[in-house]
Design a protein around this ligand. Structure first.
Ligand code: ZN
Ligand code: ZN
Ligand code: FE
Length: 752
């Protein structure tokens, strides 16, 4: 039977060779119609035999250009029009085709082949790229995306490159960073004293030689500097930890290829797909335990990734061990992108510095992803993904700037039909980071010629980002709205799952967020509908003894829970972690707890993870954010189905007392405790979902990067007929909060 389909594709499909691809595909199947760009992506009208149309649709999804991204396909079945041919039509409306800026894309297979071909003029050239790969976001200075508007401006193309650049049939037609050994950027290797050791190929040879000699080397990459060294040498990793002032936080490891990864880690199909995708993120994998323990102390997971720039390939090609590739900075400082700054700072970490003369316009840390329920879940979103937009199915009336939270900051801008999140900017808690934050906002405003009509910030009066928004709003006379933290988390999940009209039960669990009542929230159940929310229940409050101190010190949370249950009698409990306090310390903490001295109330599930990890003597101190929860997560065995008793008190809270009591009194094996704890949390979700009865359940917040927890919640709730939504385009942690913030005024009124 003959049919006509009208196919609307939303996503990153413009400027990536999508129309020629569709054209060739349609021609090969002898289908008729047209393809064209429009304001939200690409539209195709195609007619022919039913079976052929289905083939077309399948191949469209499977064979599309690797850098293109399809977010949504809408298909209408219509009466055939008897088209005579298939053509590429001019853009349907010229007014608003704003090309999206692409993220940086990992080296493609064609470039790799050329780079390894001794007869190719780009043989072993570390800056090879084409329209299918190479840097984008990190080299653009302004739009439109032309060579003159990139950091490549200073390199004059040689005649051979220019010919390729101008030839529509060439893979490098309008590849703005096009370069070759004759006309493009090159490498230079320096020692600590800024003495030049070598340049070009020689610089690469020496880098490899030094790596083999177990030296630490800073190398300039795509979105910043990396520090690299042999990942199989425990001693050098310890030296790196000391120099970088990074006690226990895991290091990422770069492997030559999938085969090498499989030697050291277990791999699922989804993980393979992610690792080899054009975005080339760090993926958290189950380690086989063959690498030194000090790469990720106390953890079985390894952050693994593959080479994504030609330079990485060239380095790993010649060595047979994986390398540590961690960001070039001191812990918690912004990643360094500038040669001069590298010479000033990285000499304290690295023995040698490998630089090049292609500037990095803006920083982009490596993205980090973990597969949960077979869905890629972002821990950190930056290189390879920023600035891909999150598309909305409607147009926004007012332009929104959402400044994000304090931790793991990203901000967002919203205009037309999309929300664009900035790259991960880290914790905005120092003057230096605040400067990076402000520069990044102005950078986005310049780049997108964007001026907000509304600003959105977190409710927390102490966040530097909120204070910045207040000042900026006053200065520019732009209205400012504040959105509650956990509500914004759920809105973020709503935005990417397009639940705009639905009533949603939001489960918003994290470490910290400022509540409407001035207490610290973090175990929230919210009903959200059309941009409004109601807090229906939360966890029984407990005190954070010493406020900020309690966040790093898991023992203080455990103690606080014990004081709630046992009062002063807690001192006598036969628990190992109690013995790590002196008697005086215990007394002082008890008084602080009792009188509430610097001990704010909190309902945070994130903190419960810390408490449990202290109670079972797994981890007492968080030397980095998420340490205890990550360790606890690895103990969980989902084959165990037991859970602890809990109570949902009629009015306003979920009581953890029966659970903590059983943990203290039964003294079960830590694996059992961890598993029962996760099961209990999931069971609580199930019971509340059943009570409330709303079909759609949205999960968000920093706790929702916990694999066993999400998998158990999903299992229990789907069995009972609920639909569970988790985040897949932005992090569920604070790194994705700005998406929810940006959506708030849009849902309120600012849409057409
Ligand atoms: Zn390429
Ligand atoms: Zn050239
Ligand atoms: Fe949060």
């Amino acid at each position: 039977m003959k049919l006509r389909y009208r196919i609307q594709i939303n996503g990153v499909v413009q400027g990536v060779g999508f129309r020629p691809f569709v054209y060739n595909l349609a021609k090969s199947l002898n289908l008729k119609g047209f393809v064209s760009n429009n304001t939200t992506g690409v539209v195709i009208e195609i007619e022919g035999e039913n079976t052929l149309l289905n083939k077309f649709l399948n191949r469209l999804k499977e064979e599309k250009p690797s850098i293109s991204q399809i977010y949504k396909i809408k298909i209408e079945k219509l009466q055939p029009k008897n088209y005579q041919d298939f053509i590429i039509e001019k853009s349907i409306s010229n007014e608003e085709i704003t090309l999206d800026i692409l993220p940086d894309i990992a080296t493609c297979k064609y470039c790799l082949e050329e780079m390894c071909d001794p007869l190719n003029r780009r043989y072993l050239y570390p800056f090879i790229n084409c329209t299918l790969c190479g840097p984008r976001f990190t080299i653009i200075e302004s739009l439109p995306y032309d060579r003159e508007n990139t950091v490549m401006r200073k390199f004059k193309m040689c005649s051979k490159c220019y010919k390729e650049y101008k030839d529509p049939k060439d893979r490098r037609f309008h590849a703005q960073p096009i370069a070759c050994p004759k006309c493009g950027p090159y490498l230079e290797l320096y020692d600590k004293n800024k003495k030049k050791i070598a340049e070009r190929e020689k610089a690469l040879d020496f880098t490899i030689k030094f790596l083999k000699e177990n030296k630490i080397i800073a190398i300039k990459g795509i979105g910043g500097f990396h520090i690299i060294c042999n990942a199989t040498n425990e001693e050098i990793i310890n030296i790196l930890r000391k120099r970088k002032k990074r006690l226990k936080k895991p290091f990422a490891v770069m492997f030559k290829d999938l085969k090498q990864i499989e030697k050291y880690c277990y791999l699922t199909l989804e993980e393979k797909k992610l690792l080899t995708s054009p975005s080339s993120p760090i993926v958290l994998l189950e380690s086989k335990g063959k690498l030194p323990k000090n790469i990720a102390p106390g953890l079985k997971k390894i952050g693994a990734f593959l080479p994504y720039s030609p330079l990485h390939h060239l380095i790993l090609y010649k060595i047979d061990f994986p390398i540590i590739a961690t960001s070039g900075n001191f812990s918690e400082e912004p990643i360094i992108i500038d040669n001069e700054e590298a010479f000033k700072k990285l000499v304290y970490i690295a023995d040698y510095i490998l630089v090049h003369n292609r500037d990095i316009k803006r920083r982009a840390d490596d993205s980090v992803i973990k597969v949960i329920n077979k869905i890629p879940t972002f821990i950190r979103r930056a290189r390879g993904y920023t600035p891909l937009p999150i598309f909305l199915p409607f147009k926004i009336k007012k332009r929104v700037l959402a400044v994000g939270p304090r931790e793991k900051n990203t901000f967002a801008i919203a205009f037309n039909n999309k929300i664009i999140l900035s790259q991960h900017l880290g914790d905005i808690d120092t003057l230096e980071n605040l400067k990076v934050f402000e520069e990044a906002i102005f950078d986005f405003m310049n780049l997108y010629k964007f001026k907000p009509d509304i600003i959105v910030a977190d409710l927390h009066p102490g966040y530097e980002t909120t204070k910045w928004a207040e000042e900026f709003s006053k200065k520019e006379k732009i209205p400012l709205i504040k959105v509650q933290h956990h509500f914004a988390h759920i809105l973020s999940c709503i935005a990417e799952n397009e639940l705009f009209e639905d009533e949603v039960l939001g489960i918003s669990w994290d470490g910290t967020g400022y509540g409407e009542d001035g207490t610290v929230w973090g175990g929230e159940f919210l009903i959200v509908k059309k941009g409004n929310y109601k807090r229906i229940t939360t966890f029984r409050n407990f005190k954070l003894i010493g406020s900020e101190k309690a966040i790093k010190n898991a023992r203080r949370i455990a103690l606080s829970l014990l004081f709630e249950i046992y009062g002063e009698k807690a001192f006598e409990l036969p628990l190992k972690f109690l013995k790590t306090f002196s008697e005086n310390e215990l007394k002082a903490l008890y008084i602080a707890w009792k009188k509430g001295i610097n001990s704010p109330l909190c309902s945070s599930v994130g903190r419960l993870f810390n408490a449990i990890s202290a109670l079972i003597d797994l981890n007492y101190f968080n030397t980095y954010e998420g340490e205890s929860p990550m360790m606890l997560e690895e103990l969980v065995d989902l084959r165990l189905k037991d859970y602890y008793p809990f109570e949902i008190k009629n009015k306003f809270y979920i009581d953890w007392e029966p659970m903590i009591k059983e943990i203290v009194e039964k003294k079960e094996n830590p694996k059992i405790v961890a598993s029962k704890f996760i099961n209990t949390l999931a069971k609580i979700c199930e019971e509340i979902a059943l009570k409330i009865g709303i079909k759609n359940v949205a999960l968000s917040g920093g706790v929702m990067v916990n694999r066993p927890l999400i998998e158990r919640i999903t299992e229990l709730l789907t069995k009972k007929g609920f639909k569970v939504f988790q985040q897949k385009m932005v992090p569920p942690n604070d790194g994705g909060l700005s998406l929810g913030q940006a959506l708030y005024p849009i849902l309120q009124a600012a849409r057409e």
